[in-house]
Ligand binder design. Structure first.
Ligand code: NIG
Ligand code: FE
Length: 432
């Protein structure tokens, strides 16, 4: 017997419905708002969504279990398309050193940076990595994320990369959907310290075919930047990844301009991420490509930098922009997509509507899941948020405040905000 759930009395219901393609230009502004909406869910899948009068009149709506949105905003769950979910410990020493003025190089010399996370992930038991990631997943759920991409890249050798990918596979669905990415090309590991080309060779000829064989990743990602991989090395790796049947993602134009965004566009990568240093030519190339421009303002904010990605230029040129947290211990330790919306609006001049599209439907395109998630449409997974807001502009406006009242995943309540004890309210109730 099918199980029916009815979400009633939505105030603003942001459906994000529309053609099944990444949103660009003015389409990013279209949230498909229905005022006074309802959603009927059958076995975790959206069976109907529209004005309450229509949905509640359906035969299957009678006798369905009900969730009362009580006039609050209802929207699709966030799709966070760029995270380094599994990483063990936070890097609090790096953080303090940076606040005292140390730069990236000095931090690495003092034993910090990505290499320090590599050392600790290599030494960690899988159970401990799983426990860290699972704590983070609960925070993601509290902040409204229902699907996320997650990268390896802190193991780098075969054993530790597969350890990370196996942890991701074990966590998939508990409780969020995880799209796994192999990020072998994050930095050059110590055992290849002075022979980066040999490491790229090894990944292309040994690792990528094994990733394919063991079906441990959907995407491959490379960090193309100073101190990581060159444009030539990135091209070689991405071409090998494509041959291995993986989708392509690129950390592009983060600290230095390398040409990686145009390489991503040329290769038809699924996304080019970061783009803080992107210029007009990069914007034109991304606008002409299927490649999603994924912006990560959390890393700029946390590093205390002031050069955010040129979102306005990218959008105005026609690039399909997504927003993600880049959750990682070095540059962006946040699980909060609402905070990312605030940063995108304040610092990149995205409109609240553009930011919401970028964090939902375009995020879904950036992980290849737009057929299943990212909007409230018939046939999609019932990944839905009830938000303590009357208007879609409130989540970015109330920065640093978590307005998520309820996170629903495949029609099941994952998270429900607790109430605040209020003695006077109790007294009043007792008096009345
Ligand atoms: O996306 N830029 C490269 N990778 C991460 C940082 C990872 C780390 O510092 O641990 C990023 O910002
Ligand atoms: Fe990243």
């Amino acid at each position: 017997m099918s199980e029916f759930l009815l979400i009633r009395r939505a105030g603003q219901m942001l459906t994000l419905r529309g053609p099944n393609e990444p949103r660009r230009g003015p389409a990013l502004e279209e949230l498909g708002i229905i005022t006074g909406g309802a959603i009927l869910i059958r076995d975790g899948v959206i069976a109907a969504a529209g004005p309450a009068s229509e949905v509640e009149a359906l035969e299957d709506a009678r006798g369905a279990r009900e969730i009362d949105a009580a006039g609050r905003m209802v929207m699709p769950g966030f799709v966070d398309s760029h995270t380094h979910l599994v990483h063990g410990a936070p890097r609090l020493l790096d953080y303090e050193m940076r606040l005292r003025g140390a730069d990236y190089h000095e931090i690495a010399q003092a034993g910090g940076g990505i290499q320090s996370t590599v050392r600790s992930v290599r030494a960690a038991a899988p159970e401990d990595l799983e426990a860290q990631a699972h704590r983070a997943l609960r925070d993601f759920a509290r902040h409204g994320t229902t699907t996320l991409e997650a990268k390896s890249g802190y193991g780098l050798d075969e054993t530790a990369e597969f350890k990370m990918l196996v942890v991701l596979a074990a966590l998939d669905g508990w409780p969020l959907d995880i799209v796994p990415t192999y990020l072998g090309a994050h930095v050059v590991p110590p055992e290849f310290a002075d022979k980066p080309d040999a490491y790229v060779d090894w990944m292309c000829t040994e690792m990528l075919p094994r990733i394919r064989q063991r079906r441990r990743a959907i995407f491959a990602d490379v960090y193309c930047d100073r101190g990581a991989f060159t444009l030539q090395q990135s091209r070689r790796y991405l071409e090998a990844a494509r041959t291995a049947g993986l989708g392509l993602k690129v950390h592009a134009e983060q600290f230095t301009h390398t040409g990686a965004a145009q390489l991503a566009a040329e290769l038809g990568a699924t996304s080019a991420d970061h783009l803080e240093q992107a210029d007009e030519n990069d914007a034109a190339a991304l606008a002409a490509a299927p490649t999603i421009a994924t912006l990560l303002p959390g890393s700029v904010f946390h590093l205390g930098l002031d050069r955010y990605a040129p979102a306005r230029m990218l959008i105005d040129r026609g690039a399909a922009v997504a927003l993600a947290t880049d959750f990682n211990p070095g540059t962006s330790p946040t699980c909060s997509m609402p905070m990312i919306l605030s940063l995108a609006c304040a610092h990149m001049r995205m409109s609240p509507a553009e930011a919401i599209s970028a964090a939902t439907i375009n995020g879904a395109h950036a992980v290849g899941r737009a057929d299943h998630v990212g909007s409230i449409e018939i046939g999609k997974q019932a990944d839905i948020l009830i938000v303590n807001a009357a208007d879609y502009r409130e989540p970015p406006y109330y920065f640093g405040v978590n307005l998520i009242a309820m996170t629903i995943k495949r029609g099941a309540i994952l998270y429900e905000q607790a109430s605040v004890a209020d003695d006077r309210a109790q007294e009043r109730a007792a008096d009345g």
